[in-house]
Design a protein around this ligand. Structure first.
Ligand SMILES: C[S@@+](CC[C@H](N)C(=O)[O-])C[C@H]1O[C@@H](n2cnc3c(N)ncnc32)[C@H](O)[C@@H]1O
Length: 196
């Protein structure tokens, strides 16, 4: 399966977006309530309809960047939230993006990418974060891998090994406040970029 730009554009134009929960995921929402500096640079890669970005924007966060390889979800956000800054909507491939952020939010993007690229994803997150910057979010897992994705679901042990050596693992635990259909199947991840 070559999940490239055309693939994702067609998923969006055909409305095949059953991952979309329609609002900011509660574990991410709860975490963001603890972040007091509203000027930090935040990236949401593979953001889709980006309800987290909408919510953060409404909460006064000034530097929220939304990145997706497909144009449609960015247009959707623009329509829903007309005052969301247009220059913060990035229609790009995550793997080619080059900027620096204090915080990156992960929500159902890691499991959308080819499993062969998981190491590359972790390295790219490391590269995009400022020293001491964090990746925070949710990783859907299962006890048996589901390799015929996307989504490419895996065991929690398989995911975390890609972050070893690049990040200090602050939290990697089953989320306690997932939405009902994902309860007990989402790891909440909070990792801090190591210097080297
Ligand atoms: C499973 S969806 C998740 C969307 C959103 N985070 C959510 O949870 O509702 C994965 C998203 O990643 C985007 N995507 C896939 N590959 C990408 C890439 N290489 N760079 C940027 N976005 C990508 C897709 O267009 C899609 O919107």
């Amino acid at each position: 399966m070559n999940a490239n730009k055309e693939f994702w554009e067609s998923m969006w134009t055909e409305g095949r977006t059953n991952w979309d929960i329609g609002y900011a995921a509660p574990p991410i929402d709860e975490y963001m309530k603890t972040v007091t500096d509203k000027n930090i640079r935040i990236l949401i890669p593979g953001a889709g309809n980006a309800y987290e970005a909408e919510h953060l924007h409404k909460e006064g966060f000034q530097n929220v960047y939304v990145l997706d390889i497909a144009a449609k979800p960015l247009d959707n956000l623009k329509k829903r939230v007309p005052d969301f800054p247009g220059e913060h909507l990035l229609n790009e491939d995550f793997f080619s993006h080059n900027e620096h952020y204090d915080l990156i939010i992960e929500q159902t993007f890691f499991i959308a990418i080819d499993p062969k690229r998981r190491g590359e994803y972790a390295k790219k997150i490391h590269e995009l974060l400022k020293p001491g910057g964090k990746l925070v979010g949710l990783l859907i897992f299962d006890t048996e891998p589901y390799p015929d994705g996307p989504p490419f679901i895996e065991t929690k042990e398989e995911y975390i090994r890609h972050f070893d050596g690049l990040f200090e693992i602050k939290k990697y635990e089953v989320a306690h406040n997932s939405i009902k259909p994902r309860a007990g199947r989402e790891m909440f991840i909070e990792v801090i970029r190591l210097k080297s």
